[in-house]
Design a protein around this ligand. Sequence first.
Ligand SMILES: [Fe+2]
Ligand SMILES: [Fe+2]
Length: 196
Amino acid sequence: MRRDMRLSKQVSASPFIPRTPLGASARALGVDRAGASDSHPRVPTPLVQLERSHRRLEEACEALSIAARDHDIETASDVCAFFARQVRRHEEDEERSLFPRLVDAGASPELRALLERLAREHREHEAVHARLEEAVSGRFEGDLWQELTAIAELMTRAYQAHVAREEAHVFPAAEALLGSDAIDAIAREMDARRGR
Ligand SMILES: [Fe+2]
Ligand SMILES: [Fe+2]
């Protein structure tokens, strides 16, 4: 069975993970969704999908920095649309599907505090997105490129720290705590958000 090595390695390192033995539940969170095998198409698990979204999020922050530097309003608008749709959906996946299941599965007090902090950070991200929407709307008064540069720096810093916390603590905790039923339910909810 293929496993995401980086997630696996972090499982034992995180102080946010209760001492739960890794068994069938951990296997259910590997790269393969339940039922997949070498002879069947692999469907990325929710955690792998969320991690991939993080990589696209980082690319979007970089694209916004370059757009601000190059005075490229089209790319800045594309990044804004990406945040309004994909990133908002990603944060819903975490807050509505993943985080509550970790709490239900017996998350430690430290992990629960981290989940609350991450949810608060999502609200802060929304405020930065709103600032970006205003900047690309055509109604912004002032130095647009300076504003976009400031927003890009703010977003890059905010997401770097946020994503690092999720990948170092939350995803490995999910890998350790959640069973295949919970993972399948998360996958179904994520699919529904995408009209699949
Ligand atoms: Fe998040
Ligand atoms: Fe995330």
